[in-house]
Write a protein of this length. Structure first.
Length: 356
């Protein structure tokens, strides 16, 4: 997930959080009016007005200003209400939510220069406020004495809200991390141009299949295919035309191997330049060897029959391939050598053929 997607998702969450906090302050406004604490009643009128303005800030993507107002208002409100009605109403626990939210925001907007220090500053302030309020309320009684039941209601409501805030922040942080890890895996495993496995990933696949073949009743086969006279295509029609050929061939291979083969028994990779590698598992876990050969034949025939036209020019595209079945007890290198020798035989026979 790129920065644009993350910021777009953050915008949705910001709307939700802002609406939730707005509704909370409306409820507090009513509650403080009911219990007769006029200072907090008027404070929450100001807060409600501010959060209406915050909707515009989110819409205009003024994230820095929005977060600044949000964090400042919550801290000041937390201090004011604790001085007014005491520690046991539970308002100081918003300190924990502030820390989660600001570090979550840093993850979304890590490229912003100011985000390098803001989370640490907010965390220190939140901890200081939390400890300071606890010491203050330990020595000094609240300005207003209210019923214990009302204090318990405040504490329960604040606990629910802060848990919800922390869960939302951690849930979305986890989601973004997972998406980013998947994206990094794709970058590491797939060839950028053709969107099929790259050489590094195919080595991992081969190692896995080799171990399975040595310990069980399954085996694999290798097909090396390359584009005939690919340099001629690049030199005479341009590298963009060459890229078009590679992407089109990759699409054919991917569709044939992954759509027609049994699950997890076929793999396609760009081995390098105009060379492709197809690995198929056969035996207990895969297809019969004959079916593996038939699929390779179909790939070759499909490519041979296609009309490769780029910018109005028909390109002379064909492929030569060499097929080899891995024999238990031999090495991967030996199997590669057998496939490569068959590829060489195909080239000697005039190209545009697969040697099995």
């Amino acid at each position: 997930m790129d920065d644009f997607d993350k910021s777009k998702e953050f915008k949705k969450i910001a709307y939700f959080v802002n609406a939730t906090i707005l509704a909370t302050h409306v409820s507090l406004l009513i509650a403080f009016n009911y219990i007769g604490i006029r200072f907090m009643f008027f404070f929450n009128i100001f807060s409600v007005a501010m959060y209406f303005v915050c909707f515009q800030l989110i819409y205009k993507k003024l994230v820095q200003l929005f977060m600044g107002l949000l964090l400042t208002e919550i801290m000041v409100h937390m201090i004011a209400v604790t001085i007014c009605i005491g520690w046991h109403a539970g308002f100081p626990i918003y300190s924990f939510g502030l820390i989660c939210v600001v570090y979550y925001t840093k993850y979304i907007y890590f490229s912003e220069k100011h985000m390098s220090y803001v989370p640490a500053v907010v965390a220190i302030l939140s901890i200081t406020i939390f400890i300071g309020l606890r010491l203050y309320t330990y020595w000094i009684k609240p300005k207003y004495q209210i019923d214990e039941t009302i204090l318990q209601i405040f504490f329960l409501a604040n606990s629910v809200l802060i848990f919800a805030l922390i869960i939302i922040a951690l849930h979305n942080y986890t989601k973004f991390v997972i998406l980013n890890e998947d994206s990094l895996h794709n970058i590491a495993d797939f060839d950028e141009l053709t969107q099929i496995y790259n050489r590094r990933k195919m080595h991992q696949v081969l190692d896995k299949l080799y171990k399975e073949s040595e310990s069980g009743s399954t085996s694999f086969c290798i097909t090396i295919m390359d584009v005939d006279n690919f340099k001629h295509i690049n030199d005479n029609y341009g590298h963009d035309a060459g890229d078009y050929v590679l992407k089109t061939i990759s699409s054919v291979m991917r569709k044939t191997i992954y759509d027609d083969a049994k699950k997890n028994c076929g793999y396609v990779a760009r081995w390098g330049g105009d060379e492709f590698l197809i690995v198929q598992q056969h035996g207990k876990k895969g297809l019969p060897v004959e079916d593996c050969q038939s699929m390779i034949y179909n790939i070759h025939e499909t490519i041979d029959s296609m009309d490769f036209t780029y910018e109005g020019k028909r390109l002379p595209v064909s492929m030569t391939g060499g097929f080899a079945t891995h024999i238990k007890g031999s090495t991967i290198t030996e199997t590669f050598k057998a496939a490569d020798e068959n590829l060489y035989k195909g080239k000697e026979q005039g190209k545009n053929v697969v040697i099995f």
